[in-house]
Design a protein around this ligand. Structure first.
Ligand SMILES: C[S@@+](CC[C@H](N)C(=O)[O-])C[C@H]1O[C@@H](n2cnc3c(N)ncnc32)[C@H](O)[C@@H]1O
Length: 272
């Protein structure tokens, strides 16, 4: 769930189409990008690869394996920190993001670090790449939970991957959906059904326009989605909150992290 909430929004749970989700989330990330990078940029690292608010890095978890000489696509790449890490480790990292402003931050970091990530503006549901172009596709809290047409997005990943290619992604742990998005004690009491997939929607009070959308899938939904597109699930990581980690990121905190998982990292391979 959202780690920022402009003051003048009304929160609802209701069905929203892919078009509505995208029309809301692109401008929302454009508005939020400067604050996001100012708040989280140092934690992410300009050429760092963090899998979630718990702070576990790719160096630590080795989800992607050796990327040397591989073509690697990051979907929902933001300022391209993870893809920059891929580039510094010998991979050909490429980014894709819906938000123009996030991509401007990516260009800024390209110039500041001297490590450029070729990036394109687009959506995860229509990847502008030829079939079988990549060895690895990944998202670190990128695109996936903002998408309504998730079947199309996963089909797109399968299309652009080479045979046996790897697809790894982190999302808010599905069990978090049951709890209020509060980093404190109130965030520990289940108040909503885990099985209710009705999207989380913010509506701008002044215009009545949907300004932010997030979609929920259960653990079973994700497994079924991957299996349905010929992916073989090879791991599901549920990183524990590190003992000395005291950073609050939206609803993620030590208070909740020591009791419930905040991040799920799915690791899979194309079985064709
Ligand atoms: C939480 S940020 C994560 C970015 C980066 N991985 C990071 O750790 O900072 C989510 C990103 O997904 C992008 N996004 C949202 N919906 C998308 C879509 N349909 N297609 C591609 N990117 C999308 C947003 O613009 C945003 O940059």
């Amino acid at each position: 769930m959202q780690d920022h909430q402009p003051q003048s929004v009304r929160v609802e749970r209701r069905a929203v189409s892919e078009q509505e989700s995208r029309r809301a989330n692109g401008p929302d990330w454009d508005r939020y990008a400067d604050e996001y990078q100012a708040t989280h940029g140092a934690f992410l690292g300009d050429a760092g690869f963090v899998w979630g608010p718990e702070g576990h890095t790719e160096d630590e978890l080795q989800v992607l394996g050796d990327v040397t000489g591989l073509d690697v696509l990051e979907v929902g790449s933001g300022a391209g920190q993870c893809s920059r890490w891929v580039r510094t480790h010998g991979g050909r990292g490429v980014g894709l993001d819906l938000s123009h402003r996030q991509l401007q931050h990516s260009l800024r970091l390209d110039a500041e670090t001297g490590v450029a990530v070729p990036s394109v503006r687009g959506t995860a549901t229509a990847l502008p790449f030829a079939a079988a172009s990549f060895d690895i596709v990944f998202c670190s809290f990128g695109a996936l939970q903002f998408i309504s047409d998730i079947d199309i997005a996963v089909a797109e990943v399968a299309r652009v991957l080479r045979p046996g290619g790897r697809f790894a992604f982190s999302v808010t742990h599905p069990t978090r959906w049951m709890f209020p998005d509060d980093p404190g004690e109130p965030g520990l009491t289940a108040t909503q059904s885990y099985w209710d997939r009705t999207p989380y929607v913010e509506i701008d009070d002044s215009t009545g326009v949907v300004s932010y959308v997030e979609h929920h899938r259960t653990l079973g939904d994700w497994v079924r989605l991957l299996a349905g597109h010929d992916f073989r699930l090879t791991d599901l990581l549920e990183p524990e909150w590190p003992e000395h980690h005291d950073r609050v990121w939206g609803g993620w905190s030590r208070v909740r992290g020591r009791l419930t998982p905040g991040t799920a990292i799915f690791v899979s391979e194309l079985a064709r």
